[in-house]
Design a protein around this ligand. Structure first.
Ligand SMILES: Cc1ncc(COP(=O)(O)O)c(C=O)c1O
Length: 389
């Protein structure tokens, strides 16, 4: 490792030392750093995380749901929400978002499905997984942040779009009147038990450095170039571009392979019909030129009038549908059922009744030679064991 990256990183790879503060009970430099972060992001309080947004989502669910209590969440929520539900023993009610079958992409929930005012007037806290939205605060043309819209707990992967090291994220609690819906001590306890007792100070320092960088440049337009010709639309993120391959007869998986093999371009998300690319502070003009060349090459190689990817496959759940559950996620998890997913997004959620739609979808994935993770084998076979308790 020293040959590869030199010895400096090792000099800074320290964990809790008396001068460096205590991760779970900060009183010195770490306390100062999280206070500055809370101020910058507009939070009442911020925690630095070394287990990614994943551990923050899990802690937020554990802090707000007791065993047997209901949690309402998007059907395609990240797998960390599912594991949070398993830990908490909560009972999910899934909201199926709108789905665009041309792109094989979940479009998102609409206000009539999740309404922040309705949650608050019923004493229900709102958790937002803003893993991909840590940058929203830093350009007036970007979406309003979840905190600014009144969410109670917001978790952001600072390492995804901003400049901290992988694994480092932030969890914020909001400043609004509805903060009484969050038991701060309970949240703190779960943030504590879900993380290591040997946090890397390199990761924590990188969160502070990312905050520092943004506080210095937020007024000088770090994201100006990215949003320069971007017409304001609350639902769009100028740092994510989704490209469909069907006009060339290519699936998202095939386009991904070609771009990766020939140009070293690795998308953030791959679906059966499209790829989604992530841009960040580190993206340069040269990177964009490589992408444009890659896309031109794909077009030259595969374009023909007749070629269109045959009809889209339809999702196994429909917009607005109630997802039928056979077991609670915790029961299913303990019964050792392996569930297939596309890069963190479930094809089936734990406990869901496996109906014809889901089987057809999985068979189609198999027939097309695409891949899923989490299935018992690449076919994919779903392993279902009897409940043993
Ligand atoms: C929507 C969403 N939530 C949560 C996570 C988990 O974030 P992290 O990798 O910081 O643990 C991801 C990761 O890709 C994600 O896409």
């Amino acid at each position: 490792m020293i040959e590869l990256i030199g010895s400096d990183p090792f000099l800074h790879d320290v964990t809790e030392l008396p001068d460096l503060d205590n991760f779970f009970s900060p009183k010195g430099p770490l306390l100062e750093a999280i206070k500055l972060a809370a101020e910058l992001f507009g939070a009442k309080e911020t925690w630095f995380l070394v287990g990614g947004t994943s551990c923050g989502v899990q802690a937020a669910i554990l802090a707000t749901c007791s065993p047997g209590e209901t949690i309402i969440l998007m059907w395609n929520a990240h797998v960390s929400a599912t594991t949070g539900i398993v830990f908490a023993g909560a009972v999910p009610k899934y909201i199926v978002p709108e789905y665009n079958c041309d792109w094989d992409i979940e479009v998102g929930v609409i206000p009539s499905q999740v309404h922040i005012k309705l949650c608050h007037s019923n004493g229900i806290p709102l958790i937002v997984d803003e893993a991909h939205g840590a940058h929203f605060k830093f350009h007036p043309k970007m979406s309003k942040t979840a905190l600014d819209q009144g969410a109670n707990i917001v978790i952001q992967s600072t390492h995804k779009v901003l400049s901290s090291l992988s694994q480092s994220s932030m969890l914020h609690i909001s400043n609004n009147d509805y903060q009484i819906l969050i038991d701060r001590e309970r949240l703190h306890k779960f943030i504590h038990i879900l993380q290591t007792t040997s946090p890397s100070w390199l990761l924590l320092a990188s969160l502070d450095a990312a905050r520092h960088q943004l506080s210095k440049i937020s007024n000088t337009g770090l994201f100006d170039d990215a949003v320069i010709s971007f017409s304001h639309d609350d639902e769009m993120d100028p740092l994510r571009i989704t490209i469909g391959g069907w006009g060339l007869g290519l699936s998202g998986f095939q386009a991904n392979k070609k771009l990766d093999d020939d140009f070293g371009i690795v998308p953030e998300l791959v679906s059966t019909k499209s790829i989604t690319l992530a841009f960040s502070e580190g993206t340069t003009r040269e990177h964009v030129q490589i992408l444009v060349s890659g896309l031109k090459q794909l077009s030259n190689m595969f374009y023909s009038d007749e070629k269109e990817l045959e009809n889209s496959i339809s999702r196994n759940v429909k917009f607005g549908e109630v997802v039928e559950m056979g077991l609670s996620p915790r029961e299913e998890f303990l019964a050792r059922v392996l569930l297939p997913q596309h890069i963190g997004v479930p094809v089936l959620v734990p406990g869901e009744v496996i109906g014809e739609g889901a089987v057809g979808y999985l068979q189609e994935i198999k027939n097309k030679g695409w891949f899923l993770i989490g299935a018992a084998d690449p076919l994919p076979t779903i392993l279902v064991c009897r409940k043993y308790y």
